[in-house]
Each structure stands twice: as structure tokens, then as C-alpha cells.
Design a protein around this ligand. Structure first.
Ligand SMILES: C[S@@+](CC[C@H](N)C(=O)[O-])C[C@H]1O[C@@H](n2cnc3c(N)ncnc32)[C@H](O)[C@@H]1O
Length: 439
């Protein structure tokens, strides 16, 4: 039976996409009391029928329950990997004079100002040709982003030169200077309810949507993710947060590496009989070792593998769809789906799937290689070229998980295959008539 507190949680989920776990219900009761001392769930529901109070109460509750933890240069590798000059070239080719960035769920502004700072550093002099739209659902977060005063903890990752150049002292704190402020515009936007991209905005060369999807349920993640993908410029990049990706991995099987063995088979060159034996062994291990909470995903993954084994790619795609409905950030299911689509000759769908794999796990080199293959199948050579280059740059050294995924294929094989494709593409672009030659 639903309690009034459950109903408030339902309203909150519909309004924001944020799905509270059972253990968070007590904090919701406390948050209501902070919105207005003495207010409980029934009081909140009753007050909501008064139109004047409805919006104010909901927005105050959102301010109370949203997690707004953030700091400058958080998960900096992915921000620092943005290639501003290349993005500007792409923007100009599309008839725009600046790089367009959207920081969705920007909290108190540090992420947006960090990107502004990196852009200023990348375009050494003058105002950078970059516009950053930074949005959040929380009015309180946006108010503090606009003020732009930050304490030591938030600024710690910045080096001294950056502090001196981009900030000025404001008592104990540092205040964001004009150089960064002119690049960033803050606005209210609700990822769960408002149009994506925000009205009148986009397409974007970069969208950062980090550490927010983790609070959403599967349906909301899928809706938001698909819309964000559509809001990107053709070669734009979507940056998800490490925590968002973890909500995929958290649902993985404890021994997911066993599942990966059969994934190698449709890839570069695992001999058929070895792959089949590995697939059988992997299935046997999965059958023994699946924790109950993951039982349904394991059963679905099992179906995917069985279907792929039998060459029934349609069935395989159907089974990945079941996993992805539950968790659109399941990297492995997304990857297998891409392979099956590529196998069925659905190159455009495969591009979409492999691109998504790379948003979820940017260091997944084999997915970048497969993305290159899919682009080639679509006839998009420039994009294929970039994908192979990306595959050569990843995975990052010391990323043990990729060793498991790649296993017998080996990073050397992927690198060699990339080099061959890159050579083939360069030959084609120099000598289009010889297109069939360099295979
Ligand atoms: C943990 S912060 C992430 C801040 C920043 N992106 C980062 O990674 O450091 C999460 C932010 O998501 C915002 N948020 C939650 N639900 C949202 C929604 N439906 N639409 C837009 N923002 C939302 C919260 O208000 C909060 O500021």
C-alpha cells in the first residue's frame, strides 16, 4: 500500500526523473520538514492543490533533495581531452563561428567554468570562440553559479597560474573573473520535463551531462540519453560522468569477465572452435556464479549469446533490448547490439550503438575500432578515420578491464587492424579510383 511519502517520491520522480531508493525515504521526510518546518508528506500533498503554492513547494523540495556535489576540473581527464581547435574547425564547416557547449546539470557552475577556463587556455589570446550554456533544475544551484564565488575545497584542483589569471579575491573566497563569465550563460532546464535541446539552442559540439543520470531510473536515462545524442552536432561529443557509467557497472555480474569471452567471437579473429569452447565454458560459469539480483540480466545475456551463436542476430538484438530497457548504460549489451547490427548490415544503427558504448566507456578501444568499421560501411570515411585514430589511442594503459574484454584478440591485433584501415583510408582519399585496392 502506498503511503503519502511514497506519493511525494512519485511526484518528485515524475517532475525531475530522480528516483529515490527505499533507504532514502527517511531523508525525504526530513527534506519536507526543511522546506517548511512541520510540513509532512500529507501536508505537502494537500498544499499542492493550491496552485500558488504548488510550484514554490516543489522547487524548494527539489533544492533540498538534489545532490549538488561538484568542484573545479572534476574528472578532469575527459574535460582536458576536449580538442577545442578541431571542434572549431567542425563548427566552421557547419557554418557556425563558435564551438557550442551545453553543460546539463551544472550544479553551482564549477564544471561550466572549468570548460570555459580550458577553452581560454586552448585559444591562447582574446575571447575564445566558444559559448557555453549551463543549465540545472535547481534554482539555488543556479543562483550560486551566477554569483560565482568559490572556496578553497572547490578550487583545489586548479593550478596557481589559472587562479591568478581567471579569478579575483572576494574576502576568503575567489570570484570568477570576466574572462570566464563572458563565455558562460546559465539557465533553468529540467532534463526530465523540458525539451532537449533547450528551446532555441543546439546543435552542440560538446554536451557534458555528468553525475546526474545516476539518480534517474532506466526509462528516464534512456529518454534523456537518446535526446542528448540527437542534440549533438554530427561529430559532437557527449561526456558522461564516471558515476553515471558506474550505474551501468554496478548492475554487472560480479564475474562479468566470463560473459565477455563469447563477445570476442564476432570480433577480429578468434578461431571458431576456440571461441565456441570458451562460450560454453563461460555459460557454465555464469550459470553457477550469477548473484540472484543479476539473475535476469544474466539470463538475458545468455539469450543474446545463444542467439548470436546460432547466427540469429535478430533474436540477439531483441535480447540486448531487454537488458538495455532495464539499464541503457549497460556497456556490454550495447556493444553486442552494435556487433549484431553491423552483422545485419544496419550500419547506421551500429554507428549509433558504438557511439553510445564510447560515451559510456570512452576507453573501450575495440568499440572505437568497430565504430570505424560501421562508419566505413556508411561511406563516412572522415569519421571512420577519426574512430580508428581513437581506437589507437585507447584503451588507457593499465586499464585491466579491457584486457579482459579483449583477451585473445589482444591490443596488438586491434592496433594492427586500425593501422591497416587508416592506411586503406589514406590511400582511398589520395586515389579514389583505387578504392577497392587497399583492403
Ligand atoms: C552531483 S551534481 C553534478 C554536477 C556536475 N555535473 C558535476 O558532475 O560535477 C547533480 C546536479 O543535477 C541536477 N539535477 C537533478 N535532476 C535534474 C534534472 N531533472 N534536470 C536538470 N538537472 C538536474 C541537480 O540539481 C544537481 O545540481
Amino acid at each position: 500500500v502506498k503511503t503519502d511519502l511514497d506519493r511525494v517520491a512519485d511526484l518528485l520522480r515524475r517532475e525531475t526523473g530522480v528516483s529515490l531508493k527505499p533507504e532514502q525515504m527517511q531523508s525525504l521526510a526530513v527534506a519536507l520538514d526543511r522546506v517548511q518546518p512541520g510540513l509532512d508528506a500529507s501536508g505537502f500533498l494537500a498544499a499542492r492543490v493550491e496552485p500558488a503554492r504548488r510550484a514554490a513547494l516543489m522547487s524548494a523540495l527539489i533544492d533540498e533533495v538534489t545532490v549538488r556535489e561538484t568542484f573545479f576540473l572534476r574528472q578532469r581527464e575527459e574535460l582536458e581531452a576536449v580538442e577545442w581547435a578541431a571542434l572549431l574547425d567542425g563548427a566552421k564547416a557547419a557554418g557556425r563561428d563558435r564551438v557550442s557547449v551545453w553543460v546539463a546539470a551544472c550544479a553551482s557552475g564549477e564544471e561550466a567554468y572549468s570548460l570555459a577556463l580550458l577553452a581560454c587556455e586552448a585559444f591562447a589570446s582574446g575571447e575564445p570562440p566558444v559559448s557555453i550554456l549551463a543549465t540545472d533544475i535547481s534554482g539555488a544551484a543556479l543562483a550560486s553559479a551566477r554569483v560565482g564565488h568559490y572556496g578553497r575545497r572547490s578550487l583545489r584542483p586548479l593550478h596557481d597560474t589559472a587562479r591568478t589569471r581567471f579569478f579575483r579575491h572576494e574576502g576568503e573566497r575567489l570570484s570568477v573573473g570576466e574572462e570566464l563569465r563572458t563565455v558562460v550563460t546559465f539557465a533553468h532546464h529540467n532534463l526530465a520535463r523540458d525539451p532537449i535541446p533547450p528551446l532555441g539552442a543546439g546543435p552542440f559540439d560538446v554536451i557534458a551531462c555528468r553525475n546526474v543520470l545516476i539518480y534517474f531510473d532506466g526509462d528516464a536515462i534512456e529518454r534523456v540519453l537518446s535526446s542528448l545524442e540527437r542534440a549533438l552536432a554530427p561529430r559532437g561529443i557527449l561526456i558522461l560522468g564516471a558515476a553515471d557509467r558506474l550505474c551501468g557497472s554496478a548492475r554487472r555480474l560480479a564475474k562479468l569477465e566470463h560473459d565477455h569471452a563469447p563477445m570476442r567471437r564476432p570480433a577480429l579473429r578468434a578461431p571458431q572452435h576456440v571461441a565456441a569452447a570458451q562460450a560454453n565454458a563461460a555459460r557454465a560459469r555464469v550459470a553457477q556464479a550469477v548473484p540472484t539480483v543479476e539473475a535476469s540480466r544474466a539470463a538475458d545475456l545468455h539469450d543474446v549469446l545463444r542467439a548470436a551463436d546460432a547466427g540469429d542476430l535478430e533474436l540477439a538484438i531483441g535480447a540486448t533490448a531487454r537488458i538495455l530497457r532495464e539499464n541503457p548504460l549497460d556497456c556490454d549489451a550495447q556493444f553486442i547490439r552494435g556487433l549484431a547490427e553491423l552483422g545485419r548490415g544496419e550500419a547506421h544503427a551500429a554507428v549509433k550503438s558504438f557511439r553510445r558504448v564510447l560515451y559510456i566507456d570512452p576507453a573501450f578501444g575495440l568499440a572505437a575500432f568497430k565504430l570505424g568499421r560501421a562508419y566505413e560501411a556508411c561511406g563516412e570515411r572522415t569519421s571512420a578515420y577519426s574512430a580508428y585514430e581513437r581506437a589507437l589511442r585507447s584503451p588507457r594503459a593499465g586499464d585491466g578491464r579491457h584486457a579482459l574484454v579483449l583477451d585473445h584478440i589482444g591490443l596488438g591485433d586491434v592496433a594492427a587492424a586500425c593501422a591497416i584501415r587508416l592506411r586503406a583510408l589514406s590511400v582511398k582519399s589520395r586515389d579514389p579510383a583505387g578504392a577497392g585496392r587497399a583492403r
